[in-house]
Design a protein around this ligand. Structure first.
Ligand SMILES: [Zn+2]
Length: 123
């Protein structure tokens, strides 16, 4: 599946299917879930969230996009404007991914700024 991208200043109210909108002002990319379910997927760009690369023609997002909180549970990579489907994760993998994400954020932001939404993993 081929995507296109648009660099925008503000995120538009209605999103087209198959378009990744990138706002440098807001350090955010947003697109409609590639499975076609219509949910809007927001990928913040930051050292601990997603990284966007642009080669002049196509964009890539790193790491993969895992929509675990959606009913479709889609998991895919966006590489050079191409959707590469990845395997669904098991509950265990999702949990491990979240813990790793938390550790990354902790390393980056320091322990004091730990986000409380992840608190339930700390026992
Ligand atoms: Zn979906």
């Amino acid at each position: 599946m081929k995507l296109s991208h648009k660099f925008v200043k503000n995120i538009p109210d209605t999103l087209e299917n198959g378009v990744v909108y990138v706002s440098m002002d807001y350090s955010t990319a947003i697109h409609k879930c590639c499975c076609g379910c219509g949910n809007e997927i927001v990928t913040p760009l930051s050292p601990t969230d997603w990284k966007l690369s642009f080669d002049g023609e196509t964009i890539s997002l790193y790491p993969s996009i895992g929509n675990w909180s959606l009913p479709c549970q889609s998991h895919y990579w966006i590489t050079d404007n191409e959707v590469e489907w990845a395997s669904r994760w098991t509950k265990r993998q999702i949990e491990r991914g979240r813990i790793e994400e938390e550790q990354d954020k902790e390393k980056y932001y320091g322990k004091k700024k730990r986000r409380s939404i992840f608190g339930f993993f700390k026992k």
